[in-house]
Design a protein around this ligand. Structure first.
Ligand code: AVJ
Length: 304
């Protein structure tokens, strides 16, 4: 990961526009900051999705049927999948897929203790690439991709990911959590919180480069800049250079001009019909949609 980070950051600084994958946010400190984001008053997605799952998990369990196995793309917080495991009828197996083996082992140990009789089979893999899963059991295979993580993909990547998931889950379904298009002011606030946690999360990318790669980014010389790009239906996060400055990375010297930006994340927002159309093109048959009273967030049942 460190080598890949060094290589990608160097490429990001040399090419224009400067851009890097948001996957590099998530070292231990970045994951801690993301957990704090999820608790912010302005950041509605986590609590809204949890509310939707709590209200509708019985219906989801009925659709899944007995002895289902849950395949989670990215082993995120255990809170969400725990709701499914508690409500489903004798779930047979839980297969969390994550690139972090440590995180997976911790999560697996925890759930094995909590759900006796549940087989937990972690898969250390990058779920954005082609996946090999252990042979399916007898129950239906239900994919779980919450948190609107799909919003980090470009539309082409999202289609490719969903196409792969549809094949992997054939005969079962995908439970997909998606953030919705809404008042731009609400979107803007969710990525520009008053306490500056999102700014710290964004800047942690440079702090991480200083820690891991021996880079010399001066954090106060960079501004967190997040805005809603309405025509592209996405929040964009950038780190904008406040001055002309030199950066040393991997024995190379680079210059950032005043106002130059490093694009660190896209977070696409969707309409409900947009999700259904995309899912259909990827080989799913769209099923029920659950949402909150304010239509902030949506959870989709997609038949594979
Ligand atoms: C984890 C990708 C769903 O896009 O809202 C939160 C990440 N970035 N605040 C999102 C994030 C800034 C989050 N996802």
């Amino acid at each position: 990961m460190t080598d890949e980070f060094a290589r990608d950051l160097l490429v990001a600084l040399k090419e224009r526009p400067h851009r890097i994958s948001p996957k590099y946010f998530y070292d231990a400190e970045g994951s801690r900051l993301f957990d704090l984001i999820c608790e912010l008053p302005e950041y509605y997605p986590t609590r809204t999705e949890l509310g939707i799952l709590e209200r509708s998990v019985a219906e989801m369990a009925a659709l899944a049927g007995p002895g289902a196995e849950i395949v989670e793309f990215g082993a995120g917080s255990l809170r969400k999948v725990r709701l499914l495991l508690q409500a489903f009828d004798a779930p047979a197996r839980y297969l969390p897929i994550d690139i972090s083996g440590d995180h997976l082992r911790d999560a697996a140990a925890f759930l094995r203790r909590e759900f006796a009789g549940l087989e937990v089979q972690p898969v250390v893999a990058d779920y954005t690439r082609t996946l090999q899963l252990p042979p399916a059991g007898r129950g239906r295979r239900i994919g779980f991709f919450p948190g609107s993580t799909i919003g980090n993909f470009t539309p082409e990547e999202a289609l490719a990911f969903l196409g792969g998931a549809a094949e992997l889950l054939r005969g079962g379904a995908l439970l997909l959590g998606v953030d919705l298009v809404k008042d731009p002011q609400l979107l803007h606030a969710a990525y520009n919180d008053a306490q500056g946690v999102t700014a710290a999360f964004n800047l942690n990318l440079l702090a991480r480069a200083n820690r891991e790669l021996g880079a010399n980014f001066v954090l106060p010389q960079f501004a967190h800049y997040a805005f809603y790009n309405a025509p592209l239906q996405r929040i964009e996060m950038h780190l904008v250079s406040r001055t002309r400055q030199a950066v040393a990375l991997g024995g190379e010297g680079l210059v950032l001009e005043e106002g130059e930006s490093l694009h660190t994340e896209n977070s696409y927002k969707f309409t409900m019909t947009g999700v259904r159309t995309l899912a259909q093109r990827a080989g799913f048959r769209p099923g029920p949609i659950w949402t909150d009273p304010e239509n902030l967030f949506s959870v989709h049942w997609l038949h594979a």
